[in-house]
Design a protein around this ligand. Structure first.
Ligand code: LMR
Length: 398
């Protein structure tokens, strides 16, 4: 029965993690998967999360099923975080949110929903984009296209080309935007560019799908939401897939949400009933623990302010590592200008290292970077900075 099945290639990001585990180089450094590390190279449980968990364990009374969409309290807390308190979309009940297993689960639900109700839509993703985006949409049978985003020569957003690409997208297609901290480039549109994109979206009539996995890792919780909030001033409909893996450090609890914003409360009801059908036939209903933690933290003032402080500390550490990385490379005599890395947002940086550099770093130094040259800056520490920059300087010299 199974004789004809060929082995699948390793996943470009999670496969690298598996290989890193087996790496025998004692000085190995993992800058592959997007996971935050503290200055000791550990991925700690946030204090706010730990305290919330203690309360939950003490008070938990049942392990019975959640509803298909998750708890009311979680769904409301997510909407407030995404849109801001008192947003008129919330007041008018134009948005419905369902809890999902992580941001990937949210994207999968979105993909199934799009395939079922907009089967001829092409989903447009940025070039480049997160390595899993295309597969998620293709796996439900959707066409995937790409729009211009990154200019490798100037290591910046090619906004003119982006506008030109998106001007070709017809009404009824779907365009995926990274809400903030673009993965893999770390380069986001500015406020005025978001406004132009929203205007274009309204003119063209495509559906925006925001992948929002890094809220709070760029500038701040509200600042990072400005892209999607700007869109919502101009367009009546949107899908949002958000994740709490990074900003709560809840990677292995798989906590995320899919939010559908519609023109009217009535439409939102209908759309949401279909989203729920996609969930029911996929994983039936979500796991409880991670979402309960997020709800507890977001709705308790003391835990909320502790979490915001911890989030700010993560953000600040990444910014510091960006600066230190650029300065250390310069101090090592690297001639290429890496100062663009200080301007980028979030965990990732598109380093400009070639696949050959990436392979050499892995083979000779045990340094793991995604094949595209994407570096997880959050994996850098003061301790690994010197050997890291020595190795990069060596491979760049050739
Ligand atoms: C990443 O891009 O490294 C993360 O989003 C983890 C993943 O699932 O790929």
């Amino acid at each position: 029965m199974f004789e004809h099945i060929q082995a699948a290639p390793a996943d470009p990001i999670l496969g690298l993690n598996d290989a890193f585990r087996n790496e025998t180089n004692p000085n190995k450094i993992n800058l592959g998967v997007g996971v935050f590390k503290d200055e000791n190279g550990a991925t700690p449980i946030l204090k706010a999360v730990k305290q919330a968990e203690e309360r939950l364990v003490a008070n938990e009374k049942t392990k019975s099923y959640l509803s298909i969409e998750g708890t009311e309290a979680y769904r409301a807390a997510v909407q407030t975080l995404l849109l801001g308190a008192d947003h008129e979309i919330i007041a008018k009940q134009r948005a419905h949110t369902a809890q999902t297993p992580g941001g990937t689960g949210a994207l999968r639900v979105a993909a199934e929903f799009i395939k079922k109700h907009m089967p001829d839509a092409t989903v447009w993703v940025s070039n480049p984009t997160w390595a899993n985006h295309q597969s998620i949409f293709q796996s439900v049978g959707l066409e995937v296209g790409s729009y211009a985003y990154y200019d490798a020569a100037s290591k910046s957003l090619d906004f003119e080309a982006m506008l030109a690409s998106l001007s070709q997208v017809p009404a009824g297609d779907v365009v995926l935007f990274h809400g903030c901290c673009h993965n893999p480039t770390g380069i986001d549109p500015t406020t005025s560019q978001w406004q132009q994109l929203a205007k274009l979206c309204s003119k063209q009539g495509f559906l925006p799908l925001f992948d929002f996995a890094y809220q709070g890792f760029g500038v701040g919780l509200d600042e990072d939401a400005q892209g999607l909030r700007t869109f919502l001033q101009q367009v009546p409909e949107m899908l949002i897939a958000n994740s709490f893996s990074k900003n709560f450090g809840l990677y292995n609890e798989r906590v995320g949400a899919i939010t559908a914003v519609c023109e009217t409360a009535e439409q939102a009801e209908a759309v949401f009933s279909q989203v729920k059908r996609c969930i029911r036939t996929n994983y039936s209903n979500p796991p409880a623990h991670g979402a309960a933690v997020v709800t507890e933290v977001l709705t308790d003032p003391q835990l909320r302010s502790l979490w915001e402080m911890e989030l700010q500390a993560m953000r600040t550490r990444i910014h510091e590592m960006r600066g230190l990385f650029v300065a250390t490379l310069r101090a090592k005599g690297v001639e290429q200008d890496f100062s663009f890395i200080s301007q980028q947002q979030g965990m990732f940086s598109f380093s400009g290292l070639t696949p050959e550099h990436v392979a050499q770093l892995k083979q000779e130094y045990g340094i793991y970077i995604v094949g595209s040259g994407r570096i997880n800056v959050a994996g850098m520490t003061k301790d690994n900075m010197e050997p890291l920059c020595d190795a990069i300087a060596a491979v760049l010299k050739g």
